[in-house]
Ligand binder design. Sequence first.
Ligand code: CMP
Length: 136
Amino acid sequence: MSERTLVLVKPDGVERGLVGEVISRIERKGLKLVALELKKVDRQLAEQHYAEHDGKPFFESLLEFITSGPVVAAVVEGPRAVSAFRQIAGGTDPVDKAAPGSIRGDYGLEVQYNLVHGSDSAESAEREIKLWFPEF
Ligand code: CMP
């Protein structure tokens, strides 16, 4: 069954010119882009997106980082899209968790600057897609 996930290329990925690389990997996997936008993130959207991390020691720096420059937001669709994109992205920590061959494993070094975000469940995807693409 087809499902949807929200993908972000974070400010570090955009700044480093990795948008094409991320999109290319999504398409090569066989997933489809059904919405795509370059967006400057305001504080309110950042707080809502990362609400589950409120209170964690890295919350404030995470908000500063995600609002520091444009991000590319996409809705990606396909069979098991949530897990499929998380496989492409690799684990949250680019060195300890992400396998070589994944986006974070190939391009990342630090957990905060981990290049991409993918929804962690179908329920999160639904909530996040409503936030980022209210008209969708
Ligand atoms: P993401 O998948 O977008 O979801 C939450 C983000 O918080 C995560 O990717 C990382 O960028 C960030 N994050 C998680 N753990 C830490 C940490 N220990 N220090 C800084 N940032 C973190």
